[in-house]
Write a protein of this length. Structure first.
Length: 342
């Protein structure tokens, strides 16, 4: 991608470092055989291509988006290829067991390193998410108690791990379910956990996938003996079923792959669908980048470079003349200069 040159950067101004100290050449000095460099015609310099006028942030954003698309497609492509090989081997009786185990191990490695290989662009359901963070949706055991009406109660949630964090949630007496969800968000939001009520009326939660391991193993709650016990009890969040989990089970037991043919087919269809969306997105980004590229043909670029060379060549003599005039003015008394120049 080429970046054009703007004429404004080539013009010499009298407000350059030559005017330091407040010394300006009188109008009559500038008029005596010294060409004003600011009068150079801009017609010989075509306008800069659009990319030079775009904010740098815009260009970086496009590059990041294209990189995310490539990372997601690369991971999905590798997983699809490995899964197809495993399915083919498992459905042919003449395939050696150690070959099947090796292919299953390769699939397991891809699934275990999904976040890293995809640049956090592919979630557990094998949905592509180019912006934002991938999420894990989960439910809490006895989660329905959180929406129950009844006596007021203050719940204290604790999140352990590298450091211990605590958050209090106050449930009002006979409060509405909507109010309870709002209170849960205010408290659990400190852990990065978001609560919502689904279409069936149950409360479900979501958290960034990077936080899931900690939340799934170190979350506990203490109540006042009404909805929950008055001592801390461990919670065991249950993540919703996902394609990634199914494939991990298949990789762990490849000998049962024939029994799970429908699930494998569903996974392959999901991968194909997401890769199709990625190809469309990739073309959009490429089209936008190409639209920002310089529109100049080789002959136009040559003409611009020649004009630039001539401009720079002329500017050196103009600079020398202007410098001599200013030096002369500085070495002569002000009264003499006024008499000579009128």
């Amino acid at each position: 991608m080429q970046v054009g040159l703007s004429t404004s950067s080539l013009q010499t101004s009298t407000t350059s470092p030559l005017t330091r100290g407040g010394v300006d050449a009188p109008q009559s000095v500038r008029n005596r055989g010294i060409t004003d460099t600011t009068s150079a015609s801009p017609a010989s310099f075509p306008e800069s291509p659009l990319i030079s006028a775009r904010p740098l942030r815009y260009n970086v954003q496009l590059n990041q988006q294209l990189t995310a698309v490539q990372q997601a497609d690369s991971f999905l492509s590798q997983t699809e290829s490995q899964l197809l090989q495993l399915r083919h081997s498992a459905t042919h009786s003449q395939t050696r067991p150690d070959t099947i185990r090796q292919q299953a191990k390769g699939l397991q490695s891809l699934l275990d390193n999904r976040a890293q290989l995809s640049g956090n662009t592919v979630d557990r359901h094998f949905n592509v998410k180019l912006e934002g963070k991938t999420q894990v949706n989960f439910a809490l055991p006895n989660g329905e108690k959180l929406l129950q009406g009844g006596d007021a109660e203050t719940l204290v949630f604790s999140l352990g791990g590298n450091k211990r964090e605590m958050a209090a949630v106050s449930l009002s007496q006979n409060g509405s379910e909507r109010q309870a969800v709002m209170r849960l968000n205010q408290g659990l939001g400190r852990f990065g956990v978001n609560a919502r009520q689904d279409s069936t009326g149950d409360v479900t939660f979501s958290v960034d996938e990077s936080r899931w391991e900690r939340v799934s193993t170190h979350l506990s709650v203490r109540g006042e003996g009404k909805r929950f016990n008055s001592t801390f009890s461990s919670l065991t969040p249950q993540a919703e079923p996902a394609i990634g989990d199914v494939l991990k089970q298949i990789a762990a037991q490849p000998e049962r792959l024939r029994e799970r043919g429908t699930e494998v087919l569903t996974a392959l269809e999901q991968i194909t669908h997401q890769r199709g969306k990625l190809r469309f997105q990739q073309e959009r980004v490429r089209t936008r980048i190409e639209g920002m590229a310089t529109p100049y043909e080789p002959q136009q670029a040559l003409a611009v470079s020649q004009a630039l060379g001539e401009h720079l060549q002329n500017s050196s003599s103009q600079f020398s003349s202007l410098n001599q005039a200013l030096s002369a003015q500085a070495n002569v008394r002000l009264g003499t200069v006024k008499n000579l120049l009128g």
